[in-house]
Ligand binder design. Structure first.
Ligand code: FE2
Length: 202
């Protein structure tokens, strides 16, 4: 086995009081994410050119390659989900002062940042991801990617936060209400301490 499912950084029931129930996490982490890891390992096992490469190398190598679509999809989904779990916290929602300053400088305020991030989450037609990225010019940006798309593939900046907007991320808790899911994430789940720590280390 080349790749393995990372443990959640909290217990599967830890977010139940904050809008993400244990069933969601057991399905999303234990079934969906595990399936991407299993599929990726199966693909690597069958192709010597893929063996021994890091996850990031596989994402970049497979990006845009018609013969490696399944590799890109499963490697991208493994990377994105592994990152997503770190963007959730049982103590989420609070924005540290250092990050508030940067959000205000680049978006005009925390609320304006949240509006733009939510717009990206809602504007992604079908399955995908909404991102906060540190651009190479030092400014924060909002982005969205479809399906398994990831900034890791394009090197367009350093990912700081992501929200999974595939239906499997919110259907148990919010049914079809993606807007409520995004609002809840920003208010109660987003691990802005993790965002601030990555920004400080960048
Ligand atoms: Fe997902």
């Amino acid at each position: 086995m080349t790749f393995s499912l990372p443990s959640l950084p909290f217990s599967p029931g830890a977010l139940a009081g904050r809008g993400m129930c244990q069933e969601t996490l057991e399905l999303h982490h234990g079934k969906h994410h595990q399936a991407y890891v299993n599929a990726l390992n199966g693909l690597v096992d069958k192709n010597d050119a893929l063996k021994g490469k890091s996850l990031e190398d596989l994402v970049r190598m497979a990006h845009g390659r018609d013969d490696l679509v399944a590799v890109f999809n499963n490697a991208g989904q493994h990377w994105n989900h592994s990152f997503f779990w770190n963007c959730l916290s049982p103590a989420g929602g609070g924005v540290p002062g250092s990050l508030e300053k940067k959000l205000t400088a680049d978006f005009g305020g925390v609320d304006k940042f949240k509006e733009q991030f939510k717009a990206a989450a809602l504007g992604q037609f079908g399955s995908g991801w909404a991102w906060l990225i540190l651009g190479s010019d030092g400014r924060l940006k909002i982005a969205k990617t479809a399906n398994a798309g990831t900034p890791v593939a394009t090197g367009e900046g350093k990912p700081l936060m992501v929200l999974d907007v595939w239906e499997h991320a919110y259907y148990v808790d919010f049914r079809n209400r993606r807007a409520d899911f995004a609002d809840n994430f920003l208010a109660k789940l987003a691990n802005f301490e993790f965002v601030a720590a990555q920004l400080a280390a960048a």
